[in-house]
Write a protein that binds this ligand. Structure first.
Ligand code: HEM
Length: 92
């Protein structure tokens, strides 16, 4: 059910496409997944029964991403200087 909320084509253009950059365009890069400001995608549910483990999950996902970055050689699909992006230097 929470997954289907996140795939609503009336809310998301081409919802199944992997376009993580779409989240940068919403709320100035501060996407709300808690359902407090709006409900577009709530992977941890919302309200009083929202997943109490979500802060642990977010830490775990950062750890997971950091390991991907660490262990693989990454290239951008288009020309971009990642060193000019503060979020890639942990300054976001
Ligand atoms: C990526 C990982 C996880 C996802 C996507 C996730 C997602 C969810 C969702 C959608 C719910 C239902 C919320 C609702 O009914 O509105 C839920 C409930 C819950 N989650 Fe998670 N969860 C994750 C990991 C965890 C972890 C690591 C813990 C514990 C350390 C945890 C503990 C719980 C508990 C106890 C509930 C029941 C809350 C209640 O019914 O009051 N979850 N989770």
């Amino acid at each position: 059910m929470v997954a289907e909320i996140g795939w609503d084509p009336e809310v998301w253009e081409d919802p199944i496409a992997f376009e993580p950059e779409r989240f940068l365009e919403i709320g100035g890069g501060e996407f709300d997944f808690t359902g407090i400001k709006e409900i577009r995608m709530i992977p941890f549910g919302g309200g009083r029964r929202m997943c109490p483990g979500y802060t642990l999950d977010m830490l775990h996902l950062e750890y997971f991403m950091a390991n991907l970055v660490w262990n693989f050689k990454w290239e951008t699909a288009w020309e971009v200087d990642l060193w000019k992006k503060p979020e890639f230097q942990g300054q976001s």
